[in-house]
Design a protein around this ligand. Structure first.
Ligand code: DGY
Length: 319
């Protein structure tokens, strides 16, 4: 019997075609709107594979419904939307998309850091409001990244790609991981405790995976330990941060600014408490969003699904 693949968001014809040549495919025909949960569960009932996004909850309920399921291929390096224990109990292989998105995501992290340091959003808003009255010595004066101490929470592949870029800015790089990172030696980056990272950094980047250990790690206590001129940048997951504590830290001047690509509960609405704050740079989760990288991510998902359904080892399995 032809195997069935569920694709939960619109993908390009060139990728879809590869799946259709071998399998029956149900694709949710919207690029923007996620597949409603009921429809997802209904389509998964007889599915052998799924190409999912981080917006899908791949949970015990789904695994209970999808009796034929062999592989879930998640279009992200993160997989906090997937219940890995339930996957293992049901014998389902999980794959993600590491490596292909590393440089693109590091570039976005760097963009956020520079944008925050040089008050780009605030300056642009002023100009667009028609409030620019002319040049003056300290008008919109920001801070330099050059020569500063940058602390990376989560020195994995993306953290390391970010650190490599810092070399050109003559920065001191410190990082916090559970243990020494395999990337650190080449980068001249120093492993420090979480408190040292907070206390010494001029810029703190969160690039860690979301786990029970890292969830809500950036709370009131953490922001208290940061320097008043420090900037906090998050490209990990929104749930690394207690958002109310971050708002208070930025408002009270405990830290200078924050630049965020991710939020605890996405998408956020225009009523979100961060909206409109001058020292907040906010982006709608576009870390890996270059066309070439998204093409590579989708292709990797297609390859992983095809390999598992044809009895081969996937290329990038989440262990
Ligand atoms: C990931 O890969 O986990 C990103 O957050 C998606 O862009």
């Amino acid at each position: 019997m032809t195997k069935k693949v569920v694709v939960t968001r619109q993908i390009k014809e060139e990728h879809l075609k590869q799946l259709k040549e071998k399998f029956e495919v149900f694709m949710w025909d919207s690029a923007g709107d996620p597949m409603p949960k009921e429809k997802f569960l209904e389509e998964m009932e007889d599915a052998d594979a799924a190409l999912t996004m981080l917006s899908e909850k791949v949970d015990a309920e789904m695994f209970g419904t999808a009796k034929n399921l062999k592989v879930v291929s998640n279009l992200a390096v993160g997989f906090d939307n997937i219940d890995l224990d339930a996957a293992a109990e049901n014998g389902v292989t999980i794959t993600n998309t590491p490596e292909v998105l590393t440089e693109t995501t590091a570039e976005l992290a760097f963009t956020l850091m520079l944008t925050s340091a040089r008050r780009i959003i605030e300056a642009n808003r002023e100009l667009e409001r028609g409030d620019w009255t002319g040049w003056s010595p300290y008008h919109m004066a920001g801070t330099d990244v050059y020569g500063k101490t940058v602390g990376i929470f989560g020195m994995g592949a993306i953290g390391a790609a970010f650190a490599r870029r810092l070399k050109g800015f003559d920065c001191r790089v410190i990082y916090h991981n559970r243990s020494e990172s395999k990337y650190a030696a080449d980068l001249d980056a120093e492993l420090v405790s979480f408190d040292e990272l907070l206390e010494q950094s001029d810029f703190v980047l969160c690039a860690a995976p979301l786990t029970d250990e890292t969830k809500y790690k950036f709370d009131k206590e953490a922001f208290n330990k940061m320097q008043p001129h420090a900037h906090f940048i998050n490209i990990g997951r929104g749930a690394h941060v207690v958002e109310a504590d971050l708002k208070e830290a930025v408002e009270s001047g405990e830290i200078a600014a924050a630049a965020l690509d991710v939020f605890d509960g996405e998408p956020i609405s225009k009523d979100h408490p961060f909206i409109g704050m001058d020292n907040m740079t906010l982006l709608p989760h576009i870390g890996s969003a270059s066309v070439a990288t998204r093409d590579n991510m989708v292709q990797l998902c297609v390859d992983n699904i095809t390999r598992v359904l044809e009895g081969e080892q996937p290329l990038t399995e989440v262990k």
